[in-house]
Structures are given as C-alpha cells and as structure tokens.
Design a protein around this ligand. Structure first.
Ligand SMILES: *Cc1c(COP(=O)(O)O)cnc(C)c1O
Length: 489
C-alpha cells in the first residue's frame, strides 16, 4: 500500500485510503444515489435525514428503479447473447436473496421468472399473483406439503435435489394423477469463489446429485445418471433437463463456462444412451457485486457472451441441438439496489499492536476507532456468517476531517457483531451522524433476526422521487405478538 496520510498499518492490504472520503464509488451504489448540494447523501433527491425522520433507522433503502434496471439488464444481455443459440434465456430471480410481494411483482413486470425454495416463498409469490408456470422450487429437503403446494400452483419446474426426493415427487404426483415438471440438480464438481474456481471429482455437500462415476452403490453409475434413468421411468415425471449452481459472489466467467461444458457433455450422453430429449439447462446464479472498491463485477453482457460462446461450441462439438438455457441471479439484481441507513452512537478508540512485520512498527500501537450503530448482526449477518466485507460512508454530511481507520459495529451482545470490519471514515464522525452501508440488498433483510429483541428494520422503496414502505419495520407490538403471555404459564 502506498503511504498516504491517515493510512493505518492495522488496515488490511486491500484497503486504500480514499482520495476523497466524501466520494461515492459508483459500482457499490444504486442509480440515483448521490450527494446533494448540501453534501448530504440523497436518493432520487430525497435526503437521508428525511428518510430517517419519516421511517426511522436502521432502514433498508432500496431503489426500485435500480432493481428493475438490473433485472432488465440481465434479461436483455442474456437474451441477446443466446438468441441464435436457443432463442433467448429464462432468467429466474433467486427470491431467497430478497423477497416480498412488491419485488415479486417487479420481477414479473420486467419479464423475469422467480425461484423459490420453501412453502413460505411460494406463499409470497402466490400473494403477489405470480403465475405458477413462471415459478421454480428449489431445496434439498422439500416437505410433502411443499411438493403438494408446488403441484397445486402448477409450478413450471421443481428442481429435484436427490434420488430420494425424485421418488417422493413421483409418488405424490402419481397419487394426484398429475405429471410433475422436474429438473435435476447436479453437482459438476466445479466450485467458484470470487476470483478462483476449483474443480473436484467428488462432492462432499448436501446439495445435488453427484456426477462422479462411483458415487452410488451401483458401481460405475453416477447418482446423476441413476436419477436420469429413474426420472425417465416414472409416468408422473416430465424430465425437463439439468441444473447446476456452482457458488456465489463469482467474478470470473470461467467457472460458469466449465460447469456448462460438463453439463452439456453429460446431457448429450444421457440423450443418446436413454433415447430422450432434455430440452432445458439451468446454469444457476452467483454473479458477483461490488461490496468494496476492490470488487470488480463484470457487466451482464460480458458474462452472457462468455457463457454463450461455450454453450455454442460445446453443442456444435457434441452435435446436439442446444437446450433452452436459464440462469438464476439473486445478488447481482438486488444487492446493489439497496443501502442500509444507520445512526451512529457510542464511539470508542482502542490502541492495537501493529501486525507482525508491519514497517517500522515494532513496539508501537495504532488506533482503531469503533463506531457503534443502531443495528448490527440482526440486520446484516453476513460479516458474522461469511466474514463478508462491506464499506460505509458518512451520509448526513460531508467532512474534510482526516481519514481514520474505523470499525462499524452493532449494538448486540456479541463481540463479533461487526457491520464493516475496516473502513476509513472522517475523524470527526460523532454520535447522531447517519452512516450508509451500500450493497445490502441481498441476504441482509432476508437473514435478519430479532436477536436481543431488536425490531427488524423495514424496507423502503424509492422511485421517481417518492419513498414508500414495501415491508414496514417491526414494532415493539410485533415483537410481543407471539409471546403467549404470563396468563398461560
Ligand atoms: C442462492 C442460489 C442462487 C442465487 O445466488 P446469487 O449468488 O444470489 O446469485 C441461485 N440458484 C440457487 C440454486 C441458489 O441456491
């Protein structure tokens, strides 16, 4: 790291001192977020102080415009890249990343479909009026009730995760005198993570049917092939095709391309061996977004073209008609549409020994400032769960103060309750300031909890200069609603 004023040896290697602490690094923020003439962060012209006054904090602030634009961009980019291969692509928004009825309806209006993975998510889709034909159901442990619900709603596809489940779906559909539309989730042994991907023959995880040759009792037959053979033997199953999902927060297209190639080779082999046609192939989600300035997401068009090139050449090489391709982005559509607004409270500075090997830092301590906010791990569990990095800016005003290495922490009774592990904030941040953490649209509200009896924050959607609740924040009354009371003790 180059020496800059304010640079701390306690900062991780990747974190540079920003040239301007008040600047917004565009890839991390939703369209329409900028500083207004007074220096305050605003979305569609609405200053954060106004959002705080009207809706309180912590608060998820989502740009509906940005969400819709990213959804549409994925659909358009993949349609264009795959037009000549399979007539376009079906894009399933991964509802688990963030779902409510408003978002489900935007997804449908932008021409996307919706992936669910529980009865509860199906209930949201039903309440939003989404046509069952445009829904998929995932999950490694679907209950009979969930399978029945999927059949009641005439789902476009049930993505079957195991041999055990295939049999159950077949039985339930048969008892109803119906035919279930099924995809098989395979594990191609390709794992992608951020800037690398690794390929392994064997799978040691709960999801999916292994493609490795000796993965079942029947020597030489993979679980994936056994499932194809079984699926084609049931009258109550219509086997649409194959599915894989290789990971999340992936930046490089190579992992997706390798998985596509492996699945196409397998698809071609199954078609000729069992004299069947598998008309669909789903390549999952996992496209990365910018949480910090060092994350470099690729435009949807670039990923689409790289994947299209592999599908085109693989199908030509195998001499098969290309299946209809589908994908399942979640984070890449909703992640950057949202920031979390917090109010700062307690501030504290500790002195920390320099990390071993830091230049000229022996026996010297350095300050780290803890900036507490009014939420924490209950509204963003990802730092605790995955060591996820985030960034933050002072939102209520600009500041010309020196950069100070800071750690944004929550108010929970856990020392691991960190929102942003390392960020340079202006040294004059004070109690009562507002902070904004970008990139919190995916897997934050969705994973939120009531730990320490904090009310879960609501989500405000902003469009055309107007802000409205799409999910209201919880109240103290909500917190006590399911408590049966002392009279029942
Ligand atoms: C989680 C998940 C997705 C979405 O992943 P993102 O990283 O949000 O794009 C898609 N498909 C499946 C099967 C998943 O489990």
């Amino acid at each position: 790291m180059t020496e800059t004023t304010g640079a701390s040896p306690l900062a991780p290697e990747w974190l540079a001192v920003p040239a301007d602490l008040n600047a917004l690094h565009a890839p991390m923020w939703a369209a329409g977020v900028e500083r207004n003439d007074g220096g305050e962060l605003a979305i569609d012209g609405i200053p954060v102080s106004e959002l705080k006054a009207q809706f309180g904090s912590p608060l998820f602030v989502m740009s509906e415009t940005d969400f819709r634009a990213r959804a549409r961009a994925f659909k358009d980019a993949f349609d264009a890249a795959f037009e000549d291969i399979c007539g376009g692509v079906d894009v399933y928004y991964a509802g688990k990343s963030f779902l409510c009825t408003a978002v489900a309806s935007w997804v449908a209006e932008e021409g996307l479909r919706l992936d669910t993975c529980s009865g509860g998510e199906l209930a949201v889709a039903a309440r939003a009026g989404i046509d069952g034909a445009n829904l998929g159901l995932h999950g490694n442990n679907k209950s009979d009730a969930e399978i029945n619900r999927a059949l009641d709603m005439k789902l476009g596809r049930i993505v079957v995760d195991s041999l055990d489940e295939l049999e159950r779906v077949a039985k339930i559909a048969s008892a109803r005198g119906e035919v279930a539309k099924v995809m098989l989730r395979l594990t191609p042994g390709v794992h992608a993570h951020t800037h690398e991907f690794i390929a392994t023959a064997h799978e040691d995880q709960k999801f999916g049917l292994s493609m490795a040759g000796d993965s079942t009792e029947e020597a030489g037959l993979s679980a994936a092939e056994e499932a194809v053979a079984a699926a084609t033997s049931y009258d109550s199953i219509e086997l649409l095709g194959l599915h894989c999902h290789i990971g999340s927060q992936i930046f490089e297209p190579e992992g997706f391309a390798l998985a596509a190639e492996k699945l196409l080779v397998f698809l071609a082999a199954m078609q000729s061996k069992y004299s069947i046609v598998l008309p669909e192939l789903d390549l999952g989600g996992g496209y990365g977004i910018a949480y910090t300035p060092v994350d470099t997401p690729r435009p949807a068009a670039e990923i689409a073209q790289a994947m299209a090139a592999v599908v085109r050449s693989s199908c030509a090489g195998l001499g098969i008609k290309a299946p209809r391709i589908s994908i399942e982005p979640g984070r890449a559509i909703v992640g950057s549409s949202t920031f979390t607004l917090y109010e700062t409270g307690t501030l504290k500075t500790v002195r920390v020994d320099a990390p071993a090997g830091a230049d000229g830092a022996e026996n010297v301590t350095f300050p780290r400032r803890y900036v507490s906010v009014d939420g924490g791990m209950s509204d963003n569990a990802r730092p605790v769960l995955y060591d996820a990095d985030y960034s933050a800016v002072l939102a209520s005003r600009t500041s010309l103060a020196e950069p100070q290495l800071s750690r944004v922490v929550g108010k929970h009774c856990e020392s691991g309750d960190i929102v942003v592990r390392d960020v340079y904030l202006p040294a004059d941040v004070a109690a009562g300031d507002l902070l904004a953490v970008p990139g919190t649209g995916a897997y934050c509200w969705a994973l939120s909890s009531n730990y320490n009896y904090l009310a879960r924050p609501g989500v405000v959607a902003v469009r055309g200069g107007t802000a409205r609740w799409i999910v209201r924040g919880e109240t103290e009354e909500d917190l006590l609603n399911r408590d049966m009371g002392v009279a029942n003790v």
